[in-house]
Design a protein around this ligand. Structure first.
Ligand SMILES: Cc1cc2nc3c(=O)[nH]c(=O)nc-3n(C[C@H](O)[C@H](O)[C@H](O)COP(=O)(O)OP(=O)(O)OC[C@H]3O[C@@H](n4cnc5c(N)ncnc54)[C@H](O)[C@@H]3O)c2cc1C
Length: 376
């Protein structure tokens, strides 16, 4: 199959690029390994609502319905993504995973489940949170409790009355811990290796991720003291409940490590009520026990590893010299590398202002750049 533009991935990023390309009169071939638009959202845990407000989460050219409220539920988001594809007349080829992309003259060739796909331009939109990072602690194989990655977590129901360790206090780990506390797990510990910057979801009427739009380009020495003050005033001193303080401010931490703040959607209340107890990082497993780096040991019934994701791009693109050491593309949006002209990436960064908002911006500029390249 040959196309002018191949878009790999029919999540929000791929669909947004395809929709913007239509504005330039370009019909892209969009392929996706899943079964339908919105699948990446449908499969997430039940409690999930967007952390970015509705108006900051919409893709180019179609609003999210007001009936979804300010904080859109994950199934409403899945419905929106499906509607978005229909609205823009995009019919992705589902069930079509792309396994490898190579140069093909001045264009690209993709090895896919539908055979060989060729195109002059290719957009990689396979998702920042593509592949769960499996936990790899020493002794885990011999652990007799249940172990799952946060990507497999759907609800607290299987954990009611049980002793659960959540590993990781990023956005996913924090929300799962809150969910477990609200739904009746007996004991909930959250293991913290990198102390998070916990921030409220909104400050007064203003969503935090909207303030982040301005912060993204501000010097950290200027905005982080203010952030710290607001965190203290609104959430209080969380070290009183055992949560270690972050080593750097919100913006400094995001720039140095790529770790965005943990938006509070229930963790702080659970810490205050002592339903969730922070503990040190996991060192190893020994039979029924988890052993922490501070030597503490206990025997949870279940361990939920909120240990993050990778882009999973290495097998597909690793040979092209377009990824950094973490497997993330070194350029994004309209930019391209001199040795990989005609290959662009959308949705593969994690900015403070939220990925969906960045996708909206990058989809437009990427489509414009592609349309110009095709005219040359
Ligand atoms: C739990 C969670 C909550 C989030 N909440 C927010 C939020 O509140 N606000 C916000 O702005 N962002 C949020 N994000 C981040 C981001 O906006 C979403 O993950 C969003 O879905 C990203 O869109 P995407 O198209 O880049 O990736 P995805 O939605 O992951 O879509 C990628 C698509 O590519 C397909 N694909 C992957 N690999 C291949 C392949 N090899 N071949 C073919 N197809 C492939 C997948 O099947 C999928 O359909 C959240 C992310 C997570 C995980």
């Amino acid at each position: 199959m040959d196309a002018e533009v191949l878009v790999v991935g029919a999540g929000p990023a791929g669909l947004a690029v395809a929709a913007c390309l239509k504005d330039w009169g370009v019909d892209a071939l969009v392929v996706d390994r899943s079964r339908g638009a919105g699948d990446s959202w449908r499969g997430r845990y039940d409690r999930l609502h967007l952390h970015t407000p509705r108006i900051q989460s919409a893709l180019p050219g179609l609003r999210i319905s007001e009936t979804s409220g300010r904080w859109v539920a994950k199934d409403d988001m899945a419905g929106y993504v499906r509607r978005y594809a229909r609205y823009h007349g995009i019919a992705p080829l589902f069930g079509t995973g792309v396994h490898r992309v190579d140069r093909d003259g001045r264009g690209w060739r993709a090895d896919s489940d539908a055979g060989e796909l060729t195109a002059r331009q290719v957009v990689i939109a396979t998702g920042y949170s593509n592949s769960p990072v499996p936990p790899r602690w020493p002794g885990l194989d011999g652990f007799r409790g249940e172990v799952l990655h946060a990507a497999e977590y759907r609800s607290a129901a299987p954990f009611v009355g049980r002793d659960v360790l959540v590993v990781g206090a990023g956005n996913t780990g924090a929300e799962i811990a809150a969910d477990l506390a609200e739904q009746g797990a007996a004991t909930i510990r959250v293991s913290v290796r990198t102390p998070p910057n916990i921030v409220p979801r909104q400050i007064g009427p203003v969503p935090t991720t909207m303030l982040a739009v301005a912060m993204e380009y501000s010097p950290s020495w200027l905005v982080d003291p203010l952030n710290r003050l607001l965190q203290r005033m609104i959430l209080g001193d969380l070290t009183r409940y055992g949560m270690p303080a972050a080593g750097a401010g919100v913006v400094a931490q995001a720039r140095a490590t790529g770790i965005t703040p943990t938006i509070d959607v229930g963790l702080v209340a659970a810490l205050r009520s002592r339903r969730v107890v922070p503990v040190a990082a996991v060192d190893r497993f020994e039979a029924r026990d988890v052993v922490l780096v501070d030597g503490t040991r206990f025997a949870p019934d279940a361990v939920i590893a909120a240990t993050g994701y990778t882009t999973g791009l290495d097998p597909m693109l690793g040979h092209l010299g377009v990824l950094d050491d973490n497997g993330r593309p070194v350029v994004r949006g309209r930019r391209q590398l001199p040795h990989a002209r005609g290959m662009r990436f959308v949705g593969l960064t994690n900015p403070l202002k939220g990925q969906l908002f960045q996708i909206k911006l990058d989809a437009r500029s990427t489509a414009r750049a592609i349309a110009r390249d095709l005219q040359r």
